[in-house]
Design a protein around this ligand. Structure first.
Ligand SMILES: Nc1ncnc2c1ncn2[C@@H]1O[C@H](COP(=O)(O)OP(=O)(O)OP(=O)(O)O)[C@@H](O)[C@H]1O
Ligand SMILES: [Mg+2]
Length: 275
């Protein structure tokens, strides 16, 4: 990719450690080096507990690394990353607000007048296919519909960087594909830098420009970074039939599978690696 704009997110040897309740220190991620260019879609895949959410939290400015640097559009990150929108795995909608109010709230808190915020929210609800659902409360929506509202809620603020933590995790396979295609359509229209965490290697390859693999923790590292050679625009379900898709899947899985087994074994033990 030709570099005409500053790198959206750059982690430079970021090590992240947590102090445990018994005062020991647990190093979750060690010397993570990762960059996401403007307009680039990067997926992170790794075993459970390896530190994927931790890395997103670092990029969001919610967690500060013990050592190493974080730069956002070439500026050191010293506070919350206000250029980023964060879509969490769990639904983060206000249960007492309707869908349209949930989408509008992101603008209202920045001082946009309510009438204008509602107009923009209606446009975003329509673009995620929920134009007729604005007056429903979250409990009146399906899981997939709630994820669409969540996406509109983040995108309405027009973040330059999109951080997504297994956003489609709880959805069934078909709905995940529909959401994946919706995300790609929206992203195609206005290419933001995306950092997308998933357990699902197929989903990562189908969506991303690059797939980054993490080892099992403690002291998880980035152990692989592959460019996805599939043309865009893509259809998530069709792209999985392609030869290049299978070849890349095989190659990445040969690295990932051992880490996945280690990750599952470790996730049932007390934190090792604490010192
Ligand atoms: N606040 C914390 N205090 C102590 N340890 C933590 C804290 N947050 C995360 N950890 C540990 O750091 C490691 C990485 O956690 P993280 O949530 O980033 O994993 P993950 O890769 O997102 O896992 P999953 O795929 O299951 O969501 C885990 O071992 C976790 O137990
Ligand atoms: Mg996580």
């Amino acid at each position: 990719m030709e570099k005409t704009k500053p790198t959206a997110v750059a982690l430079d040897d970021a090590t992240v450690a947590f102090r445990l309740a018994d005062a020991r220190v647990y190093t979750a991620v060690e010397k993570a080096r990762l960059s996401i260019e403007h307009g680039e879609f990067v997926a992170i895949v790794g075993p459970t507990g390896c530190g994927k959410s931790t890395l997103l939290n670092v990029a969001a400015g919610l967690l500060r690394p013990a050592s190493g640097k974080v730069r956002i559009f070439d500026q050191p990150l010293t506070d919350l990353n206000r250029q980023a929108g964060y879509l969490f795995q769990a639904d983060a909608l206000f249960p007492w607000k309707t869908a349209i109010d949930n989408v509008a709230v992101g603008l209202e808190i920045t001082g946009v007048p309510r009438k204008q915020a509602l107009e923009r929210a209606q446009v975003w609800l329509t673009s995620v296919g929920l134009g007729a659902f604005g007056n429903r409360y979250p409990h009146m929506l399906s899981g997939g519909q709630r994820k669409r509202v969540g996406l509109a809620q983040v995108l309405i603020r027009d973040p330059k960087i999109l951080l997504m933590d297994e956003p489609f995790g709880p959805l069934d396979a078909q709905t995940r594909q529909i959401m994946g295609n919706l995300l790609l359509d929206l992203w195609n229209a206005d290419r933001k830098a995306v950092l997308f965490v998933t357990h699902d290697l197929e989903e990562a390859i189908a969506l991303a420009d690059r797939v980054v693999i993490m080892s099992a923790g403690p002291s998880a590292r980035i152990i692989g970074d592959w460019r996805v050679p599939l043309a865009r625009p893509r259809d998530i379900s069709e792209v999985r039939m392609e030869k290049d898709f299978h070849a890349l899947h095989r190659e990445i899985w040969s690295v990932l599978k051992d880490e996945v087994m280690k990750g599952y074994a470790q996730s049932s033990q007390a934190p090792a690696g604490a010192a």
